[in-house]
Ligand binder design. Structure first.
Ligand code: 13P
Length: 250
C-alpha cells in the first residue's frame, strides 16, 4: 500500500454523463499534485465511461454483490466492476447497511468477493448519534470491524477502512479532532490485532461532511490516511480544494 494521502469521492446516486466533465477536471488537477492519491466512485452507470475519461485517478464502485453472477436482478458483481475498469469498490457504507439491511456478515462477503475479483476495497464503519451519546462509539465500530473485515492477512494489502460517523454524513457536523484521533487509534489497534503487521499498513480514511474548510484539520488528526468525501466531491472546484489541502497536509 501507499502512504500517500488517499482522497476518495463517493458520488452516491448522483451523476449522468454530463458530470464526466467534473471527473476530467479532477483528473487534470490530480496530475499536477502527485503527492496525493485520488479516486472517484461514481454510480455503476458511469464507471466505464469515467475510466475511459481519466488517467491520474482511480475509479471504483460503491457496492458489489457477494456472488460473481446469477439470478440477482438489479445487482452488480465484483468481476463486472473489474471488467468495466474499476480499481476498487466501497462496501459497507452506512446508507447500504441502513437502507438495504446489510449485516456485517454480508459486508464481509462483499469485501471478500471484491478482493477475489482483483479489486481493492474501502470498507466503511461508523456509529450512530445515539451510540456515540451513550459512550458506545468505539465498541460499535470495533464490533463492525470484527464482523465485516475480510479474513486473511493478505486481505490487508488491498484494504482501506473508512470511519464515517453516521451522524456526520451530509449534516455539516463533524466530530472533534480528538474524537477522530481516538477512533482512528482504536481502529488501528483492531487492525493490527486482526492482521498482525499487515494491519499497520491499512489506510484509515475519515468520512462525514469533509469540506475544503475542515479538510486540513481532519487530515492532521492521528492516523488519518485520507478522506471519503460525499457532497463536496460532486464538483471539481470543491473536491480539488480538498485534494489541495491533503497535498499541503502531507
Ligand atoms: P458527505 O461528505 O456528503 O457528508 O458524505 C460522506 C459519505 O457518506 C461518503 O461516503
Amino acid at each position: 500500500m501507499s502512504s500517500l494521502p488517499y482522497i476518495v469521492g463517493n458520488w452516491k446516486m448522483n451523476g449522468t454523463r454530463a458530470m464526466l466533465a467534473e471527473a476530467r477536471a479532477i483528473d487534470r488537477a490530480t496530475a499536477r499534485l502527485p503527492g496525493v492519491q485520488v479516486a472517484l466512485a461514481p454510480p455503476f452507470t458511469l464507471v466505464h465511461a469515467m475510466r475511459e475519461a481519466v488517467e491520474s485517478i482511480g475509479v471504483g464502485g460503491q457496492d458489489c454483490h457477494v456472488e460473481a453472477s446469477g439470478a440477482f436482478t438489479g445487482d452488480i458483481s465484483a468481476p463486472m466492476l473489474a471488467d468495466a475498469g474499476a480499481d476498487f469498490t466501497i462496501v459497507g457504507h452506512s446508507e447500504r447497511r441502513a437502507m438495504h439491511g446489510e449485516s456485517d456478515a454480508v459486508v464481509r462477503a462483499k469485501a471478500e468477493a471484491a478482493l477475489a475479483a482483483g479489486l481493492s476495497v474501502i470498507l466503511c464503519v461508523g456509529e450512530t448519534e445515539a451510540e456515540r451519546d451513550s459512550g458506545q462509539a468505539e465498541a460499535v465500530v470495533g464490533a463492525q470491524l470484527d464482523g465485516s473485515l475480510p479474513l486473511g492477512a493478505e486481505a490487508a494489502q488491498r484494504l482501506s477502512v473508512a470511519y464515517e460517523p453516521v451522524w456526520a454524513i451530509g449534516t455539516g457536523r463533524v466530530p472533534s479532532v480528538d474524537d477522530v484521533s481516538a477512533m482512528h487509534r482504536s481502529i488501528r489497534a483492531k487492525l493490527t490485532a486482526i492482521y498482525g503487521e499487515a494491519g499497520a499498513e491499512v489506510r484509515i480514511l475519515y468520512g462525514g461532511s469533509v469540506k475544503a474548510e475542515n479538510a486540513a484539520e481532519l487530515l492532521a488528526a492521528d492516523d488519518v490516511g485520507g478522506a471519503l468525501v460525499g457532497g463536496a466531491s460532486l464538483s471539481a472546484e470543491s473536491f480539488v480544494a480538498i485534494i489541495g489541502a491533503a497535498a499541503i497536509a502531507r
